[in-house]
Design a protein around this ligand. Sequence first.
Ligand code: E4P
Length: 216
Amino acid sequence: MRLFLDTADVSEVREAVAWGVVDGVTTNPTLMARAGGDPEAILRELASLVAGPISAEVIATDADGMVEEGRRLAAIADNIVVKVPITPAGLEATHRLAREGIKVNVTLVFQPGQALLAARAGAAFVSPFVGRLDDIGEDGISLVADVVEIFRAQGITTQVLAASIRHPQHVIEAARVGADIATMPFKVLKQLVQHPLTDAGLERFLKDWQAARGRV
Ligand code: E4P
């Protein structure tokens, strides 16, 4: 499973890229608004930091508007993927953009039927939202598992991008059920690195080393 960062914060991406674990980035209008500044400049910088896919979401809600915006976003860099919501207009835009060779990530997927339609329309990625389903008492990981199972059974090559990841266990579960990608906030990526026994173990190793050197 590949790991993407779910952020529009360039400094977070720069830091995580240095760890050698970032395969791509996803953004959305909320994350862009939070980052501030010029969205196009941010996307250009993200695209230069990470060789993999950088998802940039359209704001338009009608098909013509989404297609026009999608073309503009895709022209920013070769690795920009246009993110489109799963609505009837979003499906039409996905179909039209895919026919032009522009990669589309269909977002806000909350049930397997939406994922199936997105794949049929030509999406390169579909984004089932895990955390937001958990928030309403449903099982977000089951959705990811269902979509993975359906795509495998049907020979669908659209990649399953587990999104709305809230904690490390979501990442592990997404990997267990076979998601192609998990996208997560930088906070979750940092949590994945940490374990209290790692910290305690390192402290002990260094203390023992210093103590032995003191005896020489
Ligand atoms: C997906 O690509 C979205 O940007 C993101 O994962 C949404 O996460 P949230 O539900 O934590 O806002």
